[in-house]
Design a protein around this ligand. Structure first.
Ligand SMILES: Nc1ncnc2c1ncn2[C@@H]1O[C@H](COP(=O)(O)OP(=O)(O)O)[C@@H](O)[C@H]1O
Ligand SMILES: [Mg+2]
Length: 236
């Protein structure tokens, strides 16, 4: 099966600092992939490079089977969406208006209402909150809004950077369960970055562990070598 997104031997530099040193990874259609690793390992850099926010100095990105030079508007149009690190809602806009900030990527006006209706139906926990200022919501609800906004363009793959940031474990679990539900209901694939959350392994098909810009281990979550690497790096 051809992967939806594939990075082959990807290098990225910030000035002369090499942040990614030959990354190989793939996400298949409807899969959930985890990128784990300590701070500074290069996880966010991978998502930004795949989405076209950073230039790649070597290697290739293949999207839906074609080698591409990623640029954010093209990637969004062709079904990739990116949710950056942090609960990045617009605090003084309503929840609905937050979702509408994604619509300039949607060409057809009728489609906008359809997408809003679809996304609203996926988040019953936000019922009654759609007109509230996003900044007044709890941390868990704000992360749900961020997730909802990422889905407004109905992506085939959503790149999600540290959705657990600042959330209590119970809320993190809720976010992961929602991701799994969306994956099953809409068939959306996810690449999820987390620091060291073993609970993420419960919902993924495949995980990559990164260290200093390299993949040091990868495999399905049941893989003993993968689990041992995670154990050793994080001393869990
Ligand atoms: N804008 C930048 N300029 C210079 N160095 C950066 C920049 N962004 C990230 N880096 C460096 O690149 C490495 C990887 O960063 P990042 O991808 O953000 O790691 P992670 O998301 O795994 O914590 C780190 O050493 C970080 O300091
Ligand atoms: Mg990061």
């Amino acid at each position: 099966m051809q992967p939806l997104l594939q990075l082959s031997n990807v290098y990225v530099e910030y000035n002369r600092f090499r942040a990614l040193c030959g990354i190989d990874l793939a996400c298949g259609e409807k899969q959930i992939i985890a990128l784990l690793g300590p701070n500074g390992a290069g996880k966010s850099t991978i998502l930004k490079a795949a989405f076209g926010l950073l230039p790649i100095s070597q290697g290739t990105v293949q999207w839906q089977g074609e080698t591409v030079k990623p640029a954010p508007p093209d990637m969004v149009q062709s079904g990739l969406s990116f949710t950056p690190q942090g609960k990045s809602v617009f605090p003084t806009l309503s929840v609905k208006e937050n979702l509408e900030t994604a619509v300039h990527f949607i060409r057809d006006r009728k489609d906008i209402q359809n997408r809003l209706d679809e996304v609203v139906s996926l988040f019953p926990a936000l019922e009654g909150k759609w007109n509230a200022e996003a900044g007044t919501l709890s941390g868990g609800q704000q992360q749900m809004v961020v997730l909802a906004r990422g889905l407004m363009t109905r992506p085939r793959l959503l790149l999600l950077d540290e959705p657990s940031l600042g959330l209590a474990p119970k809320l993190v679990k809720e976010v992961f369960l929602k991701v799994k539900e969306i994956n099953q209901r809409l068939g959306t694939a996810f690449v999820i970055v987390e620091h060291n959350l073993k609970s993420l392994l419960d919902i993924v098909d495949h995980a990559y562990v990164l260290r200093q810009g390299k993949v040091v281990s990868s495999g399905p979550p049941s893989d003993a070598a993968l689990r041992e690497t995670i154990q050793n790096i994080f001393k869990l």
